[in-house]
Write a protein that binds this ligand. Structure first.
Ligand code: FA5
Length: 337
């Protein structure tokens, strides 16, 4: 009996030392079969119980079981200890310094067209105009008929605009916003109508099939061509400075009579340059006022429509309209404030 006890005690002591010496989780796990498995030293003693005298067996069994329990306990304790150490080590090595300043989020900036549009709006709002908007898909009536663009007019050629399958068209100018506004409001009125417009135009340096317009409309008693010229003069000077060179040319629009176009002098990078048409304008055709429910004997009005891309080209010295749509970050970055 004492011989067995001594052997069990020695096996237990050896197991406890081995457990204590396991340096990390992997090493401890590798010991599991040897220390806790069916073939461990203690279990081997258990199998030998049968050869003891019957009266010694219960006591011998208890001694072995106790030793086995202590080994299991030591194993579990060491496992917990190593797991904790492992966690602490990982927390330390994967630590994030939350006090470091974060990398700056890249800030966007306003597109040069938006900047130009905002400046145009700012100038007109300061002169007392309201800003009116309308849909990009329009009825033919609003885009053409009510503006006195009759069915035979070249602007109605199928190829001049985009016809929608669901009916209607993509507006070719923002003049239909003026129609909508006149139908809904009584004069006196002064609005600008900014927005995107669409035409079947080929792309070149000054044309794009999708571009941006701002149209203006003033209707009141006694409005004359002098008001139109004075307003556009004040606007162009506010936009481009006192020295801006402009010229008015007689022109034709079905919805204005008389009509004019305004060109602005631009200077190319290599000393070139010339006149660039920037807007169309005129006195609102009485037929249009009547179409929109305004008495043309009592009221007169002027209207104009400008291309925002062309204004932005002149404002920033950009030689081609394509620069606004290619979204070349090197170009756009120059407008970051
Ligand atoms: C019109 O669209 C008239 N509705 C303007 C108007 C309004 C006249 C009220 C009288 C009274 P026009 O087609 O000329 O007119 O276009 C106006 C301006 O838009 C032009 O002066 C030009 O600056 C610009 N523009 C015209 N076509 C294009 C294009 N394809 N790409 C870029 N800009 C364009």
């Amino acid at each position: 009996m004492t011989e067995l006890q001594a052997a069990v005690a020695a096996a237990e002591a050896a197991a406890l030392t081995t457990i204590a010496q396991a340096a990390d989780l992997a090493a401890l796990e590798a010991l599991r079969p040897e220390l806790l498995g069916k073939k461990s030293a203690l279990r081997t003693h258990m199998k030998g119980l049968g050869s003891l005298p019957a009266e010694d067996r219960p006591e011998a069994g208890r001694v072995i079981n106790d030793a086995q329990a202590r080994v299991e306990e030591a194993f579990a304790a060491r496992l917990a200890e190593l797991r904790e150490a492992d966690l602490a080590r990982r927390l330390e090595s994967e630590r994030i310094d939350i006090t470091l300043p974060a990398p700056a989020a890249p800030a966007g900036s306003l597109h040069p067209l938006t900047l130009t549009l905002l400046e145009i709006e700012r100038i007109f709002v300061s002169m007392g105009y309201d800003v009116a908007e309308g849909p990009e898909s329009e009825t033919e009536a609003n885009n053409f008929d009510l503006l006195n663009i009759l069915p035979h007019h070249p602007a109605r050629d199928m190829h001049d605009t985009f016809y929608l399958e669901a009916g209607g068209i993509l507006r070719t100018h923002t003049s239909p916003v003026q129609v909508r506004y006149m139908l809904a409001h009584k004069p006196p009125l002064a609005i600008i109508a900014p927005g995107r417009v669409f035409r079947v135009d080929d792309v070149d340096a000054t044309h794009s099939p999708v571009f941006t317009q701002v149209e203006g409309l003033v209707v009141d008693r006694g409005i004359s061509m002098a008001h139109l010229r004075g307003t556009l003069d004040a606007f162009l000077k506010a936009m481009f400075g006192e020295d801006v060179e402009t010229r008015f040319r007689p022109s034709y629009f079905p919805f204005t009579e008389p009509s004019a176009e305004v060109d602005m002098r631009w200077h190319g990078a290599k000393g070139g340059g010339g006149w660039l048409e920037v807007l169309g304008c005129g006195m609102v055709n009485p037929a249009v006022l009547e179409n929109c429910g305004i008495d043309s004997r009592e009221f007169t009005g002027f209207a104009f429509g400008l291309g925002v891309e062309r204004f932005a080209m002149l404002r920033y010295g950009i030689p081609t309209i394509r620069a606004f749509y290619e979204n070349d970050i090197r170009v756009l970055r120059q407008f970051a404030s």
